[in-house]
Design a protein around this ligand. Structure first.
Ligand SMILES: [Zn+2]
Length: 92
């Protein structure tokens, strides 16, 4: 079985067949918007959903796009709960 790596920093991550290109927690913590403002993500409720907001103002952001180290990424609700961030345009 091959080792799965974070596409941003190449750190080894827990292998996932569904999310084969997901971004590690350390990189996810560096997610910013197109202007460099820090973003946070969480589920809308215990049953899932997706919420993005700005860390500085707690203002909600109506987009799932984020940038990590200049790489355009897409944050979404993970199938098994939690949030998964992947490089934008990654294969479904
Ligand atoms: Zn990483």
């Amino acid at each position: 079985m091959s080792v799965q790596k974070c596409p941003i920093c190449s750190a080894a991550v827990e292998p996932s067949a569904r999310y084969w290109d997901y971004i590690c927690i350390d990189c996810s913590a560096r997610a910013v918007d197109e202007f460099g403002r820090k973003l946070r993500f969480r589920n809308e409720s215990f049953s899932g959903g997706f919420v993005a907001w700005y860390e500085d103002t707690n203002e909600r952001r109506d987009s799932q796009i984020c940038y990590i180290d200049g790489v355009k990424c897409w944050a979404d609700e993970a199938r098994m709960g939690g949030i998964v961030i992947r490089v934008y345009g990654g294969k479904e």
